[in-house]
Design a binder for this molecule. Structure first.
Ligand SMILES: [Mg+2]
Length: 409
């Protein structure tokens, strides 16, 4: 049936091609074949991404609009539609689960598929990669690039090579040679700091790594150092994983200009905190039913512990509690600080019962929004009412300890 030599590990990496821009071109035929750049709303000053037609002129992610126009005068500015992107991403990711349930949604437009255990179903990992590519196209009409290898780092690099709309395989027994000539900084996960450290020790290309004792990297960077040493040699040990570690705290606060008493302003600060707390909860797959909400006034804190109908990690729900707080508790006093803390967070779904309603679509979209923000910066995409939120720094260690509740999680 098959003459495929089974790989010890088989990883398929899927990376959508110019994802946001491709969605815009797909949804609006007038934009097809044209250089377009996506901005955050109408007011964005940078392109968060752009189409291949724009890339040909040298336009890059994060480039200022003015600079991009010099390179590509015809570039069309298109405001981002985060919910649409989240929707398409959700569809694509659920389709990819048909290839294997061992999937790590790495970002809004990237996923690792561990097909090690499907090698009897597909004739080879390459076939699994082709299927992934086909399924993505069938469900979304969009193209992706696929990298296939025996570890995550090599697969990710292979996908880069396949851009756009390609498929590139590095066979397990060739990973070492393949990587050996690449600058170490080309590997995903090796930041400038680590890169400089390696360069100073004579490690420029991955092949140089074998001359550096692993212990030296380990004593400087711990487990990351150890991982990097293996990564450079085509043996990245990191598994395809779905879970993240639990957080240490789930509250957010912020200082405001002294004596802020406008309802709009106070509400905006609190709503911002609500979205932050919600995002943190979701990041750790937690939800909470009870929230402490507080504002600091001249004489101290006004606080209230408010319960949602059911445990939630949705910003909209927490903002509803904020509105209740502002209506019933706050009397319009001037505020200097705001705080929201989720109390006693539990694993998501823990309190789910037959009689409780969970908005699955919303949960999915929230999840994807988190991925987008993780990649493009916090609140690159946010509900419209937060677009003018404060740029003041977050309170890292708020002095406020609501009712001395135990520091959970
Ligand atoms: Mg991409």
């Amino acid at each position: 049936m098959t003459n495929h030599v089974s790989w010890e590990r088989a990883i398929v990496f899927v990376d959508m091609d110019a994802f946001f821009a491709s969605i815009e071109q797909h949804d609006n035929p007038d934009l097809r074949g044209k250089p377009i750049g996506i901005t955050n709303g109408e007011i964005g000053t940078c392109f968060i991404t752009c189409s291949y037609e724009a890339r040909k002129h040298g336009v890059r992610t994060g480039m200022r609009i003015n600079q991009a126009r010099q390179l590509c005068p015809d570039i069309i500015q298109v405001p981002a539609r985060p919910y649409r992107y989240a929707q398409v991403s959700t569809e694509i990711m659920s389709e990819l689960k048909l290839v294997t349930p061992d999937i790590e949604v790495f970002s809004v437009d990237e996923a690792f598929l561990d097909v090690t255990r499907c090698q009897k179903i597909y004739q080879s990992p390459i076939e699994a990669g082709r299927l992934a590519k086909q399924l993505v196209y069938d469900i979304s009409g969009l193209t992706c690039s696929v990298g296939i290898s025996s570890d995550k780092t090599t697969a990710k690099h292979a996908a880069k090579k396949a851009k756009p709309n390609g498929l590139f395989t590095v066979l397990p027994w060739e990973t070492r040679d393949y990587l050996s000539v690449l600058p170490v900084t080309e590997l995903s996960g090796i930041a400038t700091g680590v890169g400089n450290y390696l360069n100073e020790r004579g490690v420029y290309v991955c092949g140089d790594m074998q001359h550096l004792p692993i212990g030296e990297l380990a004593s400087r960077f711990g487990n990351l150092g150890r991982r990097i040493w293996y990564m450079a040699q085509g043996q990245d040990p990191e598994p395809v994983k779905q879970n993240v570690a639990a957080p240490k705290s789930i509250g957010h606060g912020k200082v405001m200009p002294p004596n802020t008493s406008s309802l709009t302003a106070v509400k905006m600060y609190l709503h911002h905190m609500a979205e932050k707390v919600a995002a943190r909860l979701r990041k750790h797959q937690l939800e909470a039913q009870t929230y402490f909400i507080g504002v600091r006034i001249k004489d101290g804190w006004i606080t209230q512990k408010i319960q949602a109908h059911i445990a939630t990690n949705d910003g909209q729900q927490i903002k509803r509690l904020v509105n209740t707080f502002l209506r019933d508790i706050w009397q319009g006093q001037g505020c200097s600080q705001v705080q929201i803390t989720a109390l006693d967070p539990k694993d998501q779904g823990y309190q789910l019962s037959l009689f409780e309603y969970h908005d699955t679509q919303r949960e999915q979209i929230n999840l994807v929004m988190d991925k987008i923000n993780l990649r493009y910066g916090e609140f690159v995409l946010a509900p419209a009412n937060l677009l003018h939120r404060s740029q003041m720094p977050n309170v890292i260690a708020p002095a406020w300890k609501p009712f001395g509740h135990r520091k959970t999680v």
